[in-house]
Design a protein around this ligand. Structure first.
Ligand SMILES: [Zn+2]
Length: 379
């Protein structure tokens, strides 16, 4: 297990941060698998999963079982870990510019399309095209001069992720069952991962609209193949956001078990030369992200849930009651909040005080919803 620690100069005098990067497996391996946790720094289950996966991979590496090179960033957002105030930790948005850490990553295909010296070279050799693109990305990155701490952090992260054939970004929700966001083109593999994870929902969209970290890697190859159909292209990079339950679901036992399931997945995919010791379970089939109802409230109040995680609901069922805290009868007026689709409730909220626009549940449905176009993410 090789450790490289990158330094980031902070935006304020005397401040600095570090990003640890672990690598294991053959340096020249054909396949590179990249995992990170804590991009939303207030989402800690993924860090626990990678803490245990590092141990498990180290053992496999010592036994010569690794067939892929693994790059693991278990603490990918040290900037976000620093956001402590009033006895709380908030790590979703960069406080300097309010950017969601998992949004606004570059549209690489658009950058490449503007460079005719590379696009003119695309031909009928998929491997050669892949090398051209990766080399260009490396040189593009090397030409950037990151200044702010956030730019430095993103620069380091992109330098590793661009090498990968599989990019797995570990997150969590508020109170939630395991679920996955990915692109439909990655489904055979990501359905197997969903099975291993025990994912309650696997939600697919080619472009959810936010430039999420996982999406830009698969998206680049999908977009290049579409822009240059006369050239040969391999299947896109496999990438996904893995949501490991809710923010409070952090324990050694859970982290170990989730890491073991990831390990089994890597065994089945041939990245580890070992047979899974258990049979792969079966998770529900993937559904479209635009069929997922994000239930929101339109006024402030106090929530009383009428459903639990995993409940199957029908359109119009009461998800929760909102108790209005102002108006003519403050603390005595109740408003039902209804399900917008048939499906499974897979996220709810820990905090029951809500305000206009807050989402209070996600329901994995089967039918695309008219209301769900354009930007498909929660925030
Ligand atoms: Zn997240």
């Amino acid at each position: 297990m090789r450790l490289t620690t990158h330094q980031i100069k902070g935006d304020t005098p005397s401040s600095s941060f570090q990003i640890p990067v672990y690598e294991c497996g053959p340096v020249q391996a054909e396949t590179v698998i990249y995992l990170q946790a804590g991009m939303h720094a207030d989402e800690h289950p993924g860090m626990m999963v990678l803490h245990h996966l590092l141990d498990q991979l180290e053992v496999a590496d010592a036994a010569g079982l690794l067939k892929a090179r693994f790059i693991i960033l278990p603490v990918v957002n040290p900037l976000g870990l620093a956001h402590l105030s009033f006895h709380s930790h908030a790590g979703r948005y960069h406080p300097v510019n309010a950017l969601n850490y998992n949004r606004g990553w570059p549209d690489f295909a658009a950058l490449i399309a503007s460079e005719s010296d590379i696009t003119d070279k695309f031909g009928d050799d998929a491997a050669a095209n892949r090398s051209l693109v990766r080399d260009w990305l490396q040189s593009w990155l090397a030409a950037q001069t990151p200044h702010s701490a956030l730019e430095q952090q993103r620069h380091i992260v992109m330098g590793y992720a661009l090498q990968a054939d599989m990019v797995l970004d570990l997150h969590c929700d508020d109170l939630a069952l395991n679920h996955i966001f990915t692109v439909p083109q990655n489904l055979p593999e990501m359905q197997r991962l969903a099975d291993w994870m025990g994912s309650a929902a696997t939600l697919v969209a080619e472009d959810s609209g936010g430039g999420s970290f996982d999406e830009v890697w698969s998206g680049m190859w999908i977009s290049l193949a579409r822009r240059y159909p006369e050239a040969a292209w391999d299947a896109p990079v496999i990438s996904a956001t893995l949501e490991y339950r809710g923010q409070q679901d952090v324990s050694d036992a859970q982290g170990f078990s989730d890491a073991r399931n990831l390990y089994h997945f890597f065994c089945e995919e041939g990245a580890i030369d070992e047979a899974p010791t258990i049979t792969r379970p079966t998770a529900p089939a993937a559904t479209r992200l635009d069929a997922c109802d994000i239930v929101r409230v339109t006024q402030s109040g106090l929530l009383a849930y009428e459903v639990s995680l995993g409940d199957e609901v029908k359109t119009g069922d009461v998800i929760a009651t909102l108790i209005q805290l102002d108006g003519d009868a403050p603390a005595r007026t109740r408003h039902p909040i209804l399900a917008g689709t048939d499906g499974v409730v897979f996220t709810i909220n820990q905090m029951k005080y809500v305000w206009p626009g807050v989402s209070i549940a996600k329901i994995a449905g089967q039918t695309p919803l008219e209301s769900r176009t354009g930007y498909l993410l929660e925030d």
